[in-house]
Ligand binder design. Sequence first.
Ligand code: UD1
Ligand code: UDP
Length: 379
Amino acid sequence: MNVMVVFGTRPEAIKMAPVVQALRQRSDAFETCVCVTAQHRQMLDQALSLFDIEPDVDLNVMRPHQDLFQITTAVLNGLKPVLEERRPDIALVHGDTSTTMAASLACYYLKIPVGHVEAGLRTFDRYYPFPEEMNRVVTDSVATLYFAPTGGARDNLLRSGASPSHVFVTGNTVIDALFYTLSRSADRLPLTLDPAKRLILATMHRRENFGEPMREICRAIRDLVDGFSDVEAVIPVHPNPAVREMVTQMLCDEPRIHLIEPQEYEPFCALMNRASLILTDSGGVQEEAPSLKKPVLVLRDETERPEAVQMGVVKLVGPHYARIMEESVRLLSDPAAYDAMARAVSPYGDGKAAQRIASILTHYHAGTLAELGDAEMTT
Ligand code: UD1
Ligand code: UDP
């Protein structure tokens, strides 16, 4: 079976790497072509090198200050000749980026089936997150096979009319990537930290948070570090110019706030492991941190990942100064409140999602999907 795996950004690379590895381990069953759009450049290359993935095709689309029109048209036009020449039996895409949506559309135009990894996530608010919610809806409309990370994602797909025989709950491949990385090393910190101090790890990059919301987030981080002399913060700063300008302007002269470059996945996992508290608007970090027993305050008003919120280990605080301060101060000062959130739960997977996806693909190709029954993950 010819499988083309298409992705373009850091989180897609981290989450598709286990799938590429699983397909390559079964070279008797799969001929695997990895096509990167390189919607991200440096951050994509960091993830590719960690997982030893050499792309077969690289569209190299990233431009500084790119906008949604540029990414979408560059991916569509770049993929057309690649898909026409290789005509895969199926193309696998991941998640909700512009690469995901444009690659799905390109496959649709050429009548090439699409398998959607991390299918079915929804906030049901078309502008939040923007443009990711619409990217998911379009991709799920085009897809033929759905690899849903959770039962909730599966239910969303079934409610929107996806064929039940083509929807599978596999777990999220991010947990495969996390376990793989932790098994190699989890203590290679990228900077020297004071062992006597607690660490707040923060990441942010969402378009909805550009401008004033990001200013409020930065103000809260600054005041938290000012208020607790035994706390320091690390922020790997996303290279998006809108993020970089604000974070640098607001936080560059605070001695206990370390602004660092985006980290390779291994040292970033070490930072998550070392953190006492994580503040983030990232999707992937919300999924990883509960497996590491780390409380997460999500800098967004809504999430398409409600499972960990329902379990009480992740809390939504939005990009709002007062809420961030209130919840962070509580967690940093009240051990009982902290312990209630610092529990190891893993609603997003058991580390075997990629193997399940490979197995489902062989049945799809053989026309024996019905034999699979319920491919629910067991956690
Ligand atoms: C993109 C995705 C978002 C995903 C995020 C993960 C879209 C529209 N957005 O947002 O869904 O959550 O990636 O991080 O698909 N840049 C670099 N080097 C890099 C990467 C980015 O310099 O390796 C800079 C460039 O100036 C680029 C800008 O960041 O133009 C924005 O990148 P883009 O992919 O458009 O948006 P993200 O905010 O990264
Ligand atoms: N991550 C990383 N280095 C960093 C920051 C994040 O490797 O400096 C990882 C993180 O562990 C997660 C993924 O990148 O797996 C999340 O990427 P991002 O927050 O950019 O995107 P999102 O998940 O929100 O789409």
